[in-house]
Design a protein around this ligand. Structure first.
Ligand SMILES: Nc1ncnc2c1ncn2[C@@H]1O[C@H](COP(=O)(O)OP(=O)(O)OP(=O)(O)O)[C@@H](O)[C@H]1O
Ligand SMILES: [Mg+2]
Length: 310
């Protein structure tokens, strides 16, 4: 459906996106996962045909969408990272305004407004002006606006950042339903690993302008198939305890967490004996020890040596 090849964007001397390849098939839900500054928004802006690439091609149904963006533009609903609504107008008025831009009018426009308000759960608040809404409600209206022209592809740039957990869950469930039940193709951008984990079939992991890994969630996690993570929760962290564990041959790496340590060990290795010995020696109180299946966060950490978020 959409095919991106060797796409790059350079601003002055900063390379925001460096030679990336990605594709989107009809009905898929794709995640673009990466930390701040990875190049996610720049990528999205280029795919949304709002920003011309420095290099590379974007094809939509086989046709060059950089040269002629009209067809792709018609089929896209874009939810930008910044809220794009008229704050002094009501939700209803915003939707009416944008619906008209998309060429809707009369009964059709009215029906679509009510249908989308229902979808985002804000039908009863539609007459109030947007500046009286919470951040989460503004996001929901932004989504309702982006869906006014019945796009086949929905592109979202971190739509859950800085909003309350209730709105966040509402939005995630809604997007999942749109993808599962209505077959909407979704490109979802986030630096929250758990959102991508919940929503997306395939994932592109982006860092410093490059796509450093891609595949289904299982494929990505199989990068770590020969390792396990043991999560040790302690009452108080202790550097000597950490140092002695990091010298153990059965422990590949140790990452410090707020609540304790994550020990990365070869799959099947037994290390709890050593952990409890060391804890006894340095009077570290252990509150829990769990073996964890790898997450996309672990994959990112493994590939870059850094966390998605600090
Ligand atoms: N208009 C611009 N002019 C100059 N540099 C830019 C511009 N837009 C983005 N950049 C730079 O490109 C890099 C990637 O930015 P981008 O906004 O695409 O990252 P992001 O992954 O969306 O980050 P975030 O998670 O913080 O939104 C950054 O170094 C940024 O400073
Ligand atoms: Mg961004």
């Amino acid at each position: 459906m959409i095919e991106v090849q060797n796409l790059s964007k350079t601003f002055n001397k900063v390379t925001a996106v460096a030679d990336i390849n990605l594709y989107l098939d009809e009905g898929e839900s794709i995640g673009l996962l990466g930390p701040n500054g990875a190049g996610k928004s720049t990528t999205i802006s280029m795919i949304s045909t709002l920003l011309p690439p420095t290099k590379g091609t974007i094809k939509y149904n086989g046709k060059d969408a950089v040269k002629d963006p009209s067809e792709l533009r018609r089929d896209l609903g874009v939810i930008p990272q910044e809220i794009a609504l008229y704050s002094e107008l009501s939700a209803y008025e915003n939707m009416k305004f944008f619906g008209r831009i998309y060429g809707l009018s009369g009964k059709k426009l009215e029906n679509k407004i009510q249908e989308n308000l229902e979808l985002v759960g804000l039908k009863d608040r539609q007459k109030e002006s947007v500046d009286t809404y919470s951040g989460g409600m503004k996001r929901r209206i932004n989504i309702a606006v982006a869906l006014m022209h019945d796009p086949g592809i929905l592109i979202m740039d971190e739509p859950t950042v800085g909003i309350d957990p209730q709105s966040r869950n509402y939005i995630l469930d809604m997007i999942r339903d749109l993808n599962y039940k209505k077959g909407l193709t979704v490109l979802y951008t986030s630096h929250y690993m758990e959102e991508v984990e919940k929503l997306c079939d395939r994932v592109y992991i982006m860092d410093r302008g490059e796509i450093i890994a891609s595949g289904t969630k299982d494929e990505l996690k199989s990068i770590l198939s020969n390792e396990d993570t043991v999560k040790i929760k302690v009452k108080e962290r202790n550097d000597k305890f950490k140092d002695i564990l990091s010298e153990q041959p059965g422990i590949n790496r140790i990452y410090e967490e707020k609540s304790g340590y994550n020990l990365v060990i070869p799959r099947g290795e037994q290390v709890l004996g050593e952990v409890f010995d060391a804890a006894g020696k340095f009077e570290v109180e252990i509150l829990g020890a769990d073996i964890q299946k790898p997450t996309l966060e672990d994959v990112f950490l493994h590939l870059t040596g850094r966390k998605l978020r600090d």
